[in-house]
Design a protein around this ligand. Structure first.
Ligand code: BGC
Length: 383
């Protein structure tokens, strides 16, 4: 009788979770994309799905630590993962850390003391969690680095991400094709915006794109009027839209206010592309440049449709969430998880066995098929 009641409750919880997973994407995503109100602390409480006494529940407690609710993608990653893990029978403690390392450390400490069986962590600064990761290892809790690699620790069991180098390569290749760099006379003016220096991914995005574009910079076909080219000069703290926007404001004022044409802006992701676009709209009157991005955030897809952003990279967070759920399942069964890369992701202490999902090129021509037909967004989301 008790068993039956339990399975009815579990089944009801699974349905609710699945509905919440689909629904919350639509409910949360646009809000986040619209500037992401700083409501993480209370929202994080709402997301706490696992009181300590549930730790031993059917599948066990899985702690999921996410960086921020500010950017749309992490809301989707979090809700997709929660729904999938719950559907697979796990109890989930999902927390967002307001882009604050100390907050994330204390959330993970709580997960550990609540008896979680596995930790899934998308870090803010990949280097800032060493001590708490050592605590997890001490407690025999396997750790999966989610999308962003956890650095300088031997406590990282697996890494699941998209092929980050390929993301950058696709952005670089796009620019090469769009400007026809091999044939056109040029020169073309380019500016560069990449991500947070504490996010290992940013190096891969930047590196992948620059490996394609560097020869054209060296030959003089691509010219960076601001001279800002090195990673440290083009990084954007916290990937913040406002930071990218003010850097672009300053560049436009100093180098393009005299009518110099800006032909292309390499942006590593959508939040930086949004800042660049805002700055251009406010202060640039020349022909609209090529602008790259990544994530297919709602605001950016709208900009692609409106011709204000040239491309983005679609990283289907449902695919990544499913892969991570498979990893959790394998770990719980005492089996090895599926990986497809055991060489690339050296975190400074170990090479972390990784599963890389494939990033997909997106633009105004294929977004319908990619994003709407696949059920990722509704048409209404994009209006
Ligand atoms: C992710 C990107 C994202 C960026 C900012 C990176 O680690 O891979 O998809 O745009 O963080 O949130």
């Amino acid at each position: 009788m008790k068993r039956k009641l339990l399975s009815v409750i579990l089944a009801a919880a699974m349905v609710t979770a699945m509905l919440a997973g689909c629904g919350s994407k639509e409910a949360e995503a646009p809000a986040a994309a619209d500037g992401g109100a700083e409501t993480e602390a209370p929202a994080a409480d709402d997301e706490t799905a696992a009181p300590a006494e549930n730790a031993g529940g059917e599948g066990g407690l899985v702690g999921v630590a996410m960086p921020t609710k500010d950017l749309q993608r992490w809301n989707q990653d979090g809700s997709n993962m929660k729904a999938e893990l719950e559907a697979a029978g796990y109890t989930v403690d999902l927390q967002y850390a307001s882009n604050d390392n100390a907050t994330m450390v204390s959330q993970i400490e709580t997960m550990i003391s609540n008896g979680c069986k596995v930790l899934v962590i998308a870090s803010i600064d990949g280097d800032a969690l060493g001590t708490v990761l050592a605590q997890a290892k001490e407690a025999n809790i396997p750790v999966i680095a989610y999308d962003r690699l956890l650095m300088n620790s031997d406590a990282v069991t697996y890494y699941a991400t998209f092929d980050n180098y390929m993301v950058g390569q696709k952005q670089g290749e796009y620019i090469k094709e769009a400007l026809d760099l091999d044939n056109a006379e040029g020169p073309f003016n380019m500016e560069i915006f990449t991500g947070d220096p504490g996010d290992n991914n940013a190096n891969f995005f930047y590196g992948g794109a620059m490996d394609v574009l560097n020869p054209y910079i060296e030959s003089g076909k691509l010219v960076i009027q601001s001279g800002q080219k090195e990673f440290a000069e083009v990084a954007t703290a916290n990937w913040a839209t406002e930071t990218a926007q003010s850097r672009m404001d300053a560049i436009l004022a100093s180098y393009y206010a005299d009518g110099t044409a800006l032909d292309v802006v390499l942006c590593s992701n959508d939040s930086t592309a949004l800042g660049v676009t805002n700055a251009l709209e406010a202060a640039y009157t020349g022909e609209w440049p090529v602008i790259t991005g990544q994530d297919c955030d709602v605001a950016n897809v709208k900009n692609m449709i409106a011709g204000k952003q040239s491309m983005s990279i679609f990283k289907d967070t449902r695919t990544l969430a499913s892969q991570v759920v498979k990893m959790v399942d394998s770990i719980m069964k005492g089996e090895e998880a599926e990986v497809n890369d055991t060489e690339t992701y050296d975190n400074g202490t170990i090479v972390v066995p990784s599963y890389l999902c494939e990033p997909v090129f997106a633009d105004a021509d294929n977004y319908k098929e990619l994003l709407v037909d696949s059920g990722y967004y509704t048409e209404a989301d994009l209006q």
